[in-house]
Ligand binder design. Structure first.
Ligand code: R5P
Length: 296
């Protein structure tokens, strides 16, 4: 099947790199806003019979959603055989329950919207906490690319005597896997979330790895309060300045300043969202997952 890739607005550069990794031809399209703010688009590459990838991360998702859905619908109208979204970071997974009466379970609504216009979805380590898999809310075929092996490889190459630390129970799934791959011990801390931008993290309980370099591994760095608080507790407990590793560098608000003050020795992230700290390239793993999904 002829494979075309369209970058979503704002993802042109990472889209080109991923296109090379997966061996797709770049699709051309033009888009702009009408004076009233509505979205206009025109597909300039012949489509009939092609398999099409839409590439773009869904950090700050709301303005990205409608252009992506309109592009997907246009491509299908023009005869695309399959339209698959490659979103290395997938949004709207944290509201996975009704925590307070009257709240919207937006993870479900987002999944329903995407499922109406797409034939498949590929992403990296989605934030699955109360859902066992994306299949619980997505009806379209999905493929999840785990970042753990690539993170372990980075640790093996750059940190001589690591101990992997998960900042909370939720991170145990990533931290444990990363530690096994890096042949390192690991432990997790306890986190209590007090608000969107306020967390409390427990001190390590008698873990005696102070002769090792702590590597804090978390999936999302949003406000960066989790990463910063974990670093502070480790330093207080006599550990060396930790290295922070994030899979998805969302970096909202003043996350950069929060991290600068946190005393980390270094911060490295995966390239699921373009950021100056990107050191771990997941494109080859994402490309492999995409190829499998496109041959279904
Ligand atoms: C929590 O459930 C996640 O695994 C991350 O720890 C969290 O999203 C980090 O958020 P923030 O950077 O705002 O503390």
């Amino acid at each position: 099947m002829d494979l075309l890739l369209f970058s979503l607005p704002g993802s042109e550069e990472p889209g080109r790199s991923f296109g090379e990794a997966v061996g797709a031809r770049m699709g051309e399209w033009s888009h702009r806003r009408f004076p009233d703010g509505e979205f206009y688009l025109k597909v300039d590459t012949p489509i009939a019979g092609a398999g099409v990838l839409l590439f773009g991360s869904f950090d700050r998702p709301d303005p990205k959603l409608l252009p992506m859905l309109f592009l997907a619908e246009t491509l299908k109208d023009l005869g695309a055989k399959k339209v698959v979204l490659v979103a290395p970071y997938l949004a709207y997974l944290r509201q996975d329950a009704r925590f307070q009466p009257g709240e919207g379970v937006t993870s479900r609504y987002f999944a329903k919207l995407l499922g109406q216009s797409l034939d498949g979805l590929v992403t990296v380590d989605p934030h699955l906490h109360r859902y066992a898999s994306l299949g619980e809310i997505y009806e379209i075929p999905t493929r999840v690319v785990p970042a753990a092996a690539s993170i372990s490889e980075w640790i093996r190459a750059h940190v001589p005597t690591p101990v992997v630390v998960g900042p909370d129970r939720e991170s145990e799934q990533w931290a444990g896997e990363v530690a096994r791959g890096a042949d390192a011990p690991f432990f997790v801390l306890e986190k209590t979330r007090k608000g969107d931008r306020e967390v409390e993290i427990s001190s390590p309980r008698g873990e005696s790895y102070q002769d090792r370099t702590p590597v804090i591994v978390d999936d999302i760095i949003s406000s960066a309060k989790t990463m910063a608080a974990a670093a502070a507790r480790l330093i207080e407990a006599g550990f060396r300045p930790p290295i922070g590793v994030g899979i998805h560098p969302v970096f909202s608000g003043n996350a950069a300043e929060t991290l600068q003050a946190a005393g980390l020795a270094e911060l490295v992230t995966c390239n699921t969202i373009p950021h100056a700290t990107n050191r771990i390239d997941l494109n080859p793993s994402i490309a492999e997952a995409v190829r499998k999904l496109m041959t279904l």
